[in-house]
Structure formats: C-alpha cells, structure tokens
Design a protein around this ligand. Structure first.
Ligand code: HEM
Length: 417
C-alpha cells in the first residue's frame, strides 16, 4: 500500500509497472497525496472493468469509465446498495447501520420520499435569503491580509449553518454536526480519532443528542424540518432507533462534507487555473456553470459501491453474485470519451452538468440543488467583496478513498473591493 508521501511521479511509475491484476486503486494514501490519477488512467485504457483480488476489505471490482458507471448506477435490479455504499465495511457496533442510501426498493423509495420535501424547490426558495445573509456575514468577518484556513472559516461554517437549519438544531451546536460528520468517515489512528473505541464513544454522544431531538419532535406539532418529518411521517415514525440514527448519519454526512469540499475545491481550482479565475471575475454570469464544473473536477465522493445480486456479464467480465462493485466516479469524470479535456478545469464548458458526481438512478443525490445553491450564493457574495483570493500553500487532503476533500486550505485575501 502507498504511504502518504507518495509523489505523482512515483505513483505513475508504480501504476504502469505493476501487472494489471495487482492494481488496487482503493488506497486512502494515494488519494491523500492526490496521486491516484495514473492508476485510473491505466485502468480506463486497459481494464475498464477490473478485479482486485486482495484488499483489506476483501476483493472488489472497479468500474472506471463514464458509461459503464452509468450502466451500473441505473441498474439497481442487479447492483444492490443493501448493506453499504462504501468499499470499507463498517467496523464495530452491530453490523452495517441501516440508512436509505444503503437500501433497495421498496424501502429506499419510501424513506427518500419522506425527507425530500426538505430540499424541494419551494423549501430552497425559502432557504435562499437565509443562506445569503449567513454567507455575507461569514465573508465580512474574514481578516484581510493575513493567512487563514478557508476550510475552517468558510466552507465548514456555511454548510454547518445550513445543516443545523435543516435539522432544526440550535446554531450554537452547528460545529458539533461538522465534527460528527468528520468522525463518521474518519479512519481510526489517522488524526481525528485514536481508535475504534474512541469512535464508538463519540457515536454514542451523537446518537444520544439526536434521540433527544426525536423525542422533542415526536411530541410536538410537525415543524417541517428533517427530524420532524422522520418523526411524524407514517412511513418512518415507527423506525427502529438504529435506523433513525443511520438516516441521521446519512443526512449529516450527505449535507456536509460534500458541499464543504466543493466550496474549498472551487477556491483551489480557480487558483490553479488563473485564466479561469479571470474569466469568472470578468463575467459573474458564469457562476452556475463554474459550480457544476467544480463539482465534476472535485468529485467530492470518489466512489459508491454496489453488490451484484446475480451473476452478470459486464464489460467482457463475469461478475459473480455477491461480488463488490465499486463505481469510481472520480475516474468516470476524467473519461475523455465523454468529457473533452477532462483533466482541465474549464468553467464555461459546453455541457458542464455532464458529470457523475451526484450519481444516477434511484439514489441520485437528493440534495444536489441545495449543494448548487450554497455554492452559487457563496460565489456571488465573494465576487461582490474580494477582487482576489490567493492560495498560499497546498491543501491538506483527507485520508480516504471515499470522501475526496480538504482538511485545510491556507490562503490570503489581499484586499476588499
Ligand atoms: C456537491 C455536493 C454533493 C455531492 C457531490 C453529493 C453526492 C452524492 C452521491 C454520489 C450520492 C449517491 C448517488 C448514487 O448512488 O447514485 C448522493 C446521495 C445522497 N445525497 Fe448527496 N451530494 C452532495 C450534496 C448533498 C446535500 C447538500 C445533501 C443534503 C440534503 C445530500 C444528501 C444526500 C442523500 C440523502 C443521498 C441519498 C439518496 C438516495 O439514496 O436516494 N447530498 N449524494
């Protein structure tokens, strides 16, 4: 397995020198070093449906091309989400936590329908002024001319505020949501948490907090937030406590990490491609297209996993019943048969919404419009205030082959408009 300091050059040499069957893209260290690209490039060219026989979490198939990923994602009859959607198996506790992203129909459909009004167009319209007011305040309070961590002061703040509103928890608790979200995806011993026991202990606090909230909501009139919806809907009000908590975890992570990492990714990408940053400053009308391009370029969730429900011929290979199949969105989004110059960040592409980052099929991201709304607003407010934002060092990336994001992003805002 690669260590965290692997360079892109080393990664390229390794990716092209190993026998094909030994390629193993699910290495968190490769993602942390942003050095997974050559392996995916080779897989797309030489083995677009590929089997890795040995891995800590057991053997798995990698699907790396755009159209193949689409074919798996839209075929839930054969490729099941039941029991988990990441390559990693959940450790500790009583096995996989039930949540609707990790369920098949009919249960999935019923639970998804229960929570989707929270992110309906009407509700987003209601949320818009609130998000804008908060974005403005966050930006107005940023220090000028000194190095700051954008992840902490902006990306986490805005997304935590939105999530606290969706859950109807006090704003004072918003950063607890961020912390819990990070703990969910953290690997023990890699910084945030020391051990599995430590993780379980934090989960217990997190669970207790949301049990109290459920009890409050279930005994009150419906209030239109996510917890109230779950507590009152006939489809979910009798859920087992574990299932309720599983769905809370899904909504915490879904509504948090992904958008946060795209906000950070947009600043990073625009600094890496100064001509694109200039294009944006000259024409703020391009913001919506820049937002989609960033979501593609960043690919905040690198993969989703499925399990075959039957033997199936796919891409010239035989996938056996029960096999794990990983759809590498991060790779499909760089497939040059579908996306022109896919490695480049081009904010006014012809079809910027052609990307896999929100998935497809019955599990397609329910919060996609909310994510785009937050990104659009923060950029509209940034352009009103700051002529320039200058990244001053490389970001620290997350140690994960699932969450593709940033722990820190150092930068300076030289002046206001
Ligand atoms: C840029 C931001 C986001 C990205 C890249 C993203 C990505 C994804 C992906 C890849 C899936 C699974 C798709 C599939 O399996 O086909 C998903 C599902 C989901 N997302 Fe998002 N997401 C984002 C923002 C959000 C937000 C803001 C929310 C908050 C409500 C959210 C809530 C969910 C939920 C609840 C699901 C499960 C849907 C289902 O199983 O039916 N996501 N998201």
């Amino acid at each position: 397995m690669a260590d965290g300091n692997v360079s892109l050059q080393q990664a390229r040499e390794e990716a092209y020198s190993l026998p094909l069957e030994q390629l193993n893209p699910a290495q968190p260290a490769l993602f942390q070093a942003d050095a997974m690209w050559p392996m995916f490039e080779r897989l797309r060219k030489e083995a677009p449906v590929h089997y890795t026989a040995e891995h800590d979490f057991g053997p798995y198939w990698s699907v790396t091309k755009y159209n193949d990923i689409m074919a798996v994602d839209t075929n839930h009859q054969v490729f099941s989400s039941e029991g988990g959607i990441t390559i990693a198996e959940q450790q500790g506790g009583e096995g996989p936590m039930p949540m609707f992203i990790a369920m098949d129909p009919p249960k999935h459909d019923i639970q998804r329908k229960t929570v989707s009004p929270a992110v309906s167009p009407t509700n987003l319209q209601r949320l818009e002024p609130l998000i804008r007011e908060r974005a403005a305040k966050i930006l107005d309070e940023l220090p000028i001319g000194e190095e700051i961590d954008w992840v902490d002061l902006v990306s986490k703040e805005l997304t935590a505020m939105t999530l606290a509103t969706l859950f109807d928890v006090p704003q004072a608790d918003r950063r607890r949501l961020t912390y819990w979200s990070d703990v969910v995806t953290a690997v023990p011993g890699q910084g945030l948490i020391d051990s599995l026991e430590h993780k379980m202990q934090i989960f217990a606090e997190y669970h207790a907090y949301f049990t109290e909230l459920w009890n409050k909501k279930v005994n009150a009139e419906p209030t239109g937030d996510l917890i109230s919806m779950l507590a009152h809907s006939p489809a979910t009000r009798n859920m087992e406590p574990r299932e309720y908590f599983g769905n809370v975890v899904l909504l915490t992570v879904g509504g948090n990490d992904t958008t946060r990492n795209t906000i950070s990714g947009s600043i990073y990408a625009l600094n890496k491609y100064p001509d694109q940053y200039k294009k944006l400053r000259d024409n703020p009308g391009v913001i919506p297209s820049m937002v989609s391009e960033t979501i593609r370029w960043q690919t905040p969730l690198a993969h989703m996993r499925r399990r075959a429900l039957q033997d199936v011929e796919f891409g010239g290979k035989t996938i056996r019943k029960g096999d794990k199949v990983i759809m590498w969105y991060v790779s499909g989004n760089r497939d040059d048969e579908v996306i022109e110059n896919p490695d480049d960040y081009i904010i006014d592409r012809e079809r910027p919404r052609t990307h896999l980052s929100f998935g497809f099929g019955i599990h397609r991201c329910v919060g996609n419009r909310l994510a785009e709304l937050q990104l659009t607003i923060i950029w509209e407010e940034i352009l009103k205030r700051f002529p320039e934002i200058v990244v001053t060092g490389e970001p620290k990336r997350v140690y994960s082959s699932f969450v593709k994001g940033y722990e820190t992003l150092p930068l300076v805002i030289p002046r206001r408009v």
